[in-house]
Design a protein around this ligand. Structure first.
Ligand code: FE2
Length: 318
């Protein structure tokens, strides 16, 4: 069995917290899954989670809005480039009309034979809504926001990564991560992420030798990392050992993310990868099941900093 089963989440550094919240919940019709703060460093920065109502793995998008501290990054090559979400077959026109109506420029395109709606998050990060006929997940219907069984986003389809040179990334994805190479053309490389439940998600690699090097820091306007689901701790350590055996010795120690446990590593193409598994309590660790994402919560080790952090965060209306 593969050591990874699908995506766990995708994480971005964005700009304003309010515009970020409105983009994911109002424009894309996703649900707030958790509102907490950045666990690393000392700056008070939100960590906002969006996804399905119950926060299912493979639907989670997370953001660190960096407008308040005023830290901005540069999009470029050797960096993750595009967040791709899955939509039902035939839903692209609905999304083009809906997004343009909301003042978010969107247009149809195609890559690897799939119809896509191209748009950008208000902070500039590229998004694509991809008509994925192989996705059997239930759409994340949000009637209050006007999405339906026929149109609603289903979760993560994947991400694309821009690289100066695809060769080492190709080997890393194939031999290291054991993802299956599904396409190799002038459009780039496409790898299928192994999934125990037969879902279909991908990582795309695009060669870009012209753009400047993208920043790797936590800084607004850039994708920070792609997190893959190892499902459990044994798989996480087994994949760490496998990659270390290839010479990738810079995999981090396991970090406690309260709801899941994570390791991080820099892929040879520059994009940061995370290996994560959800702890048994999951999102219900600090909010009742059925009411997740409704309050601002702090991990136990930040309780003594709660007021200082609240005072430093951008005011938001949820
Ligand atoms: Fe993460």
């Amino acid at each position: 069995m593969a050591l990874v089963s699908g995506y766990h989440h995708l994480t971005m550094s964005t700009h304003g917290a309010q515009e970020d919240y409105d983009f994911f919940t109002r424009a894309l019709g996703l649900y707030s899954v958790k509102r907490t703060v950045l666990f690393d460093g000392t700056l008070p920065v939100y960590h906002l989670y969006y996804g399905s109502r119950n926060g299912d793995a493979s639907t989670i998008l997370t953001t660190f809005p960096f407008k308040k501290p005023g830290i901005y990054g540069r999009r470029g090559t050797n960096q993750s480039r595009t967040i791709m979400l899955s939509i039902p077959q035939g839903a692209a026109d609905f999304w083009v009309d809906r997004l343009n109506g909301l003042g978010i420029a969107a247009q149809k395109s195609s890559r690897f034979g799939l119809t896509r709606v191209m748009l950008a998050h208000p902070c500039g990060i590229l998004f694509e809504l991809v008509e994925n006929r192989d996705d059997r997940r239930a759409p994340i219907v949000n009637t209050a926001q006007g999405t339906s069984e026929q149109t609603a986003i289903k979760g993560i389809y994947g991400a694309s990564i821009a690289v100066m040179d695809a060769t080492t990334m190709d080997e890393f994805m194939d031999i290291g991560m054991q993802f299956q190479r599904a396409a190799k053309s002038e459009e780039g490389l496409m790898f299928t992420v192994p999934e125990d439940n037969g879902l279909h998600s991908v990582v795309e690699i695009a060669v870009d030798r012209d753009s400047p090097q993208g920043t790797w820091t936590l800084a607004g306007g850039t994708i920070h990392h792609l997190a893959f689901n190892t499902v459990n701790e044994d798989n996480q350590y087994a994949l760490k050992a496998r990659l270390e055996g290839m010479g990738y010795t810079d995999i981090s120690e396991q970090k406690d993310r309260n709801y899941f446990k994570s390791m991080y590593m820099r892929s040879p193409g520059g994009a940061l990868f995370e290996l994560a598994w959800t702890v048994p309590e999951g999102w219900a660790k600090d909010e009742p099941p059925g009411a997740i994402g409704e309050s601002l919560v702090f991990p136990p080790w930040f309780e003594d900093r709660r007021q200082e952090m609240v005072d430093g965060l951008e005011p938001m209306t949820f």
